[in-house]
Design a protein around this ligand. Structure first.
Ligand code: PNS
Length: 173
């Protein structure tokens, strides 16, 4: 299947899972999803339900924003999961996790998670995509903070997120 004029690599694994909290998704997340979609035949963007955390956006809102932002990527599916990531990956019949790496500080946590996941499920491996330089400094937490302090986040998030955050601001103010 051709995505944005570029076919996936001939021998690429059929399905990769790109998991995250996506609270909210940023243009950096979207960039990783787009590039992974060019590399793998199918990509599932999997939003964790993290029941122990109090996310800014409910699970279904995060899924909806991602679906809107990925609507032009025909080989990308947006789904959600709870429990262990490796169990979800297994249920989906995948063997590969994709994660974005922004800055060196990301590496330690991501590397540990990749090793843990491989320990939990030996057939599941992780591939890292380096963030594009223009998004390397954009994180969900900084977007949340800038938003909470009244700053402009329009350069950092896709339109679906901007609309949802504007609605949130309307509710709060
Ligand atoms: O947006 P994030 O923080 O990069 O996402 C982290 C995520 C969702 C990939 C991670 O928290 C996760 O895998 N959660 C599911 C629970 C799990 O499998 N934990 C063990 C792996 S260390």
């Amino acid at each position: 299947m051709s995505v944005g004029g570029q076919a996936p690599l001939a021998q690429s694994p059929p399905l990769a899972v790109y998991p995250g909290s996506f609270d909210p998704m940023t243009n950096g997340h979207l960039d990783v999803a787009r590039r992974a979609a060019r590399t793998f035949s199918r990509l599932v963007v999997a939003v964790v339900s993290n029941p122990n955390k109090r996310p800014m956006f409910a699970l279904d809102e995060r899924v909806e924003m991602l679906r809107d932002a990925c609507a032009d990527l025909p080989n990308v599916e947006v789904d959600s999961f709870d429990g262990l990531l490796v169990d979800y990956v297994r249920r989906r019949g995948a063997t590969l996790i994709v994660k974005g790496l922004r800055i060196v500080a990301d590496f330690e946590g991501e590397f540990t998670m990749a090793l843990l996941n491989r320990k939990l499920a030996g057939h599941v491996d992780t591939m890292f995509l380096p963030a594009s330089v223009e998004y390397a400094y954009v994180s969900s937490s900084s977007v949340r903070e800038i938003f909470a302090l009244g700053g402009d986040i329009s350069e950092f998030v896709p339109p679906s997120v901007l609309r949802a955050m504007a609605r949130l601001r309307g509710k709060v103010s």
